[in-house]
Ligand binder design. Sequence first.
Ligand SMILES: *Cc1c(COP(=O)(O)O)cnc(C)c1O
Length: 379
Amino acid sequence: MSPLLQKNKFPLTWVEVDLNILKKNLRAVRSVVRESSAGILAVVKADAYGHGMLRVSAALWEEGVRFFGVATIDEALVLRKSLPKAAILVLGCFHPTQLKDYISKKITPTISGMEDAMLLSRALKSIRKFPVHVKIDTGMGRLGLPYQQAGDFFKKIQSLPGITIEGVYTHFSSADDESVTPTHTQLKIFEDCLKKIRALGVKPKYIHAANSMGVLRFKEAHFNLVRPGLVLYGLKSSPRAKLPNGIRPILSWRARISFLKKFTCGQTVSYGRTHKILKNTLIATLPVGYSHGYRVAFSNRASVIVRKKRCPVVGRVTMDQILVDVGRISGVKRWEGVALIGGRGAQAITAQDLAGLAGTIPYEIVCGIHSRVPRIYKK
Ligand SMILES: *Cc1c(COP(=O)(O)O)cnc(C)c1O
């Protein structure tokens, strides 16, 4: 938690995370994987995409999730303290100096090649059977062993003491793409690798490939473990993507009106005077700005929900404050709460909507809500 967070004070902006909806989303994902009876590895990297790793993973643990994915050893160590019995896979790479933490805290590393495997084997000393997951690059072009080397690699790794291949996985570059071809191509390559691996007598306990959109769109990619992140948070990766019924965002972002002022025709608002008042109105100040993750790109484009109605953000977003024209709402009061992300039905503002305004993806919007915005949990 950010040291800037002053607990027990009345927050003027906060994020509300609904753990009940999270659990419903998990159930919806489970019903998608029912046929394949794949297990779930919940991806909670980047502080659970800004939602708060510890509370999110504790809620998922209560629902029977036993496997979690994080990006770094630091995240893994924090999670280990709160869930001593969970399986934790670090999806990112490790530095040799981190191996002692992996080993002593039973954190599962991702192995992307012989160099990784040898470093780990050496660090294991007399330890036998330390589980690892090997990642194969089948077209994502990021971490992972080039698939062409899979045969050789699995031959060699078997003679390395200490290492047990518990999992083999890959990652899709285009699971949310309109075209299914890139994913089918990756799946074919992955299946070929699995054949080679099995022929060598390696029988990993877990085979996995699917991120959220992979889970929802490609049943043949479920294998026996899936790695959803985004969909658990009730978000979709693009406007075109479809979510199963019952999956809803779990995060809303709120703020209180910190100041109200009447503006008259001809006055201007904020840096650069990019917004000019054309009709007498009432402008609210909200104590949220780009330093909290409410981006400059939202200037004169986004809206916020005041008393269930959308009101436009006017003028440029500043470091710690934005301005909202609340002229259409009668009786607005200072300190009342509004929603920057949230609401239901036609008036709802989603992370996807904001991502569209900024030319980015919803992941970046929720991950970008600064840690000094307190997270409040609803159960
Ligand atoms: C982030 C990540 C996921 C989860 O992706 P979503 O699109 O959020 O479901 C799965 N696997 C890997 C390797 C990842 O890095």
